[in-house]
Design a protein around this ligand. Sequence first.
Ligand code: AMP
Ligand code: MG
Length: 304
Amino acid sequence: MAFPTETVYGLGANASDARAAARIFEAKARPSFDPLITHLADVADLEPLVGAVPPAVAALAARFWPGPLTLLVDRPAVIPPIVTSGLATMAVRVPDNAYARRLIAAAGVPVAAPSANRFGQLSPTRAEHVVRGLGGAVDVVLDGGPTRCGIESTIVDARGERPVVLRLGALPVEELEKVTGPVTIRPGSSGQPVAPGALAAHYAPRTPLRLPAAGVAATSGSVPGMLRGYLAFRDRPAGDWTAVEVLSVSGDLTEAAARLFEALHRLDAAGVDEIVAEPVPETGVGRAVNDRLRRAAATWHSAN
Ligand code: AMP
Ligand code: MG
């Protein structure tokens, strides 16, 4: 079933049951090489599941759980390899959402839950996004209203000497570094290709999306014969656009992140031929917002 978390809606199944986990991959049309995140109801559930965890991992869990931080641990034997796509590591977190935690506690098992969207498409931040995107492939959608963060968790491998950020997300790197000291951001995780074509295409609307060239404001919406939509950070763009979404009139990055996918879902539904998306300031959770925009744009570059 799908359920809300503070990041996005998840599609959950019993993580200790390989057949249940297989149904997640099936419902999402997700390739089997893309591992799932396992969700726990409480910080205290980690050790009984995985045994001793490295001190740095335990410290981050203690500081940031429940919350939008996913940590890597060794995969315990009770979690079948399908959940981790055969990796020796398991990604795990405790979500900061009362519905999610009560559901997982009631289930009495760890819950594997990727975002409740078809593979590669926009993440759902409302129950109706799940219904629209997955429809009959899901038995139940628990409606908890719009999600608070609106963007996926930050994924960190803190098992080694220096923590490595594997995916930028709702927990800003700056917050992490206050606890851990400097972290490494894995090449590619910021959406910058390490080699041409290496950029992961993901989080994409159905409508082609592009970013304005760096430093060049997209001033006009009118291109003959083309309907265009604009995703703005705080200021409405000049010109004649068919649809405009402003992420935060006060310029607040947390609000912008919370509204990102919802705004993209709406622009996608507006019937435009192209979406122009303006990057937000590259700081705090803004880095994760820009990461998602670059990946969405990459989908359309690689399709061309
Ligand atoms: P989603 O829940 O849809 O946001 O996707 C979860 C993401 O977590 C996957 O796309 C992987 O990139 C990442 N992930 C899950 N497990 C692992 C792992 N063991 N090692 C590295 N990344 C992981
Ligand atoms: Mg996802």
